[in-house]
Design a binder for this molecule. Structure first.
Ligand code: UD1
Length: 362
């Protein structure tokens, strides 16, 4: 079985790594990585291939940035040519980025089977481009691999065939557990080690990521978030690796951060893990970090009005803050008071990728 495994944007690389590794032990599976080029800077792409032990992609589509239509179209045109030449039996897409959407549409129109890993998640917020990507991908997917019970419920409510909805756990957590085990200080740069110590060391600082268009592209929203961060930084240092989209908007809006907020270039997976796993609290609008903090029991405050990952709030360490200054400050207080006694969701045990291959090969 020839399988194309699609990755394009930063959060995809963590998800394909365990799927690719597990494929090597499955007889008869020839799994090839296709990188769409949606993310292309070294620190947004290659550094993850280095950190996560993924081989170089078999195909690199060089799509690059652009409006949603331009980026999606470029990926589709390039991927269609590769599929027509190589004739894969199955295209496996992960997550909810434009590469997920583009490659699933191309495959399905060529009558190639599509498997969606992380299927069924819904924020019910169509202002999020990712929600549209999730819904369209799931409308044409043949195999739904689901990370949490809410995904099963959503897919059943949408009338998807029950025998194709497979609750397998989470490949992102497979990767996390694998990486935590092999985390070596020797792979961390001196500057990052010094930064951690300078911010007070373990459990003394906050770790921050922010990149959603709804948070950083709107001036008033971003100013409110920045005001909350400046307030929090009076009590603890905030380590903040800045996404390229966010960097542009900080400059465009002239946003001023307090000196206790340490702005960095984007970090690779290992250095980022080294910092957030020991943070007192993680502040984020990322989807994956809500889940990874839950898996390691690190308090997480999500700067969004909703989450498509409700298990992280129900069982995990996550608190939804909204995006107002007051909401963020209240959520940080509430979460710090709550302590670290959250549980790990079912099947987040490091074996999701194995389950996916067992199902597909059966
Ligand atoms: C994309 C995903 C989002 C995911 C995020 C993780 C979609 C719709 N969005 O958002 O779900 O959470 O990736 O990072 O697929 N840029 C660079 N270098 C790069 C890549 C991007 O400088 O390597 C800049 C470009 O100017 C680009 C902007 O960042 O216009 C945004 O990149 P894009 O891929 O369009 O969206 P993200 O905000 O990264």
């Amino acid at each position: 079985m020839k399988v194309f495994l699609i990755a394009g944007a930063r959060p995809n690389f963590m998800k394909i790594a365990p799927i690719y590794r597990a494929s090597l032990a499955v007889p008869g599976v020839d799994c090839r990585i296709v990188h769409t080029g949606q993310h292309y800077d070294r620190e947004m792409s290659q550094s993850f291939f280095d950190d996560l032990d993924i081989p170089a992609p078999a195909f690199y589509l060089e799509a690059g940035s652009g409006s949603h239509a331009v980026q999606t179209a470029k990926i589709m045109v390039a991927f269609e040519a590769v599929c027509e030449k190589e004739q894969p039996d199955l295209v496996m897409v992960v997550g909810d980025v434009n590469s997920t959407l583009a490659c699933s549409i191309v495959a399905k129109k060529l009558q190639i089977q599509v498997a969606h890993v992380e299927a069924g998640l819904r924020s019910f917020d169509l202002a999020m481009p990712e929600e549209i990507n999730r819904m369209v991908t799931d409308a044409i997917t043949d195999w739904f691999f689901v990370t949490e019970e809410s995904g099963v419920t959503n897919l059943r409510q949408e009338g998807k065939p029950a025998d194709r909805i497979c609750f397998v756990g989470h490949v992102m957590i497979d990767n996390l557990l694998h990486q935590v085990k092999k985390l070596e200080e020797s792979r961390i740069s001196e500057s990052v080690k010094t930064l951690k110590l300078g911010c007070g060391g373990e459990k003394a600082y906050a770790f921050m990521t922010l990149h959603r268009p709804s948070n950083v592209d709107d001036k008033n929203t971003f100013l409110g978030i920045a005001a909350a961060l400046n307030e929090i930084a009076k009590d603890m240092a905030i380590i903040f690796p800045v996404h390229p989209r966010t960097k542009k908007m900080i400059e465009a809006f002239d946003i001023i951060f307090s000196e206790n907020i340490r702005l960095l270039s984007p970090l690779g997976f290992t250095e980022s893990l080294f910092l957030w796993k020991d943070a007192r609290v993680v502040l984020t609008d990322s989807g994956g970090l809500q889940e990874e903090t839950t898996a390691l029991g690190v308090p997480c405050v999500t700067i969004r009005e909703n989450t498509e990952r409700p298990i992280t709030v129900e069982m995990g360490t996550n608190v939804l803050a909204g995006t107002s200054q007051e909401g963020i400050l209240n959520a940080v207080q509430k979460n710090l008071a709550k302590g670290r006694n959250a549980s790990v969701p079912p099947l987040w045990d490091g074996r999701a990728a194995e389950r996916i291959w067992e199902i597909l090969c059966a």
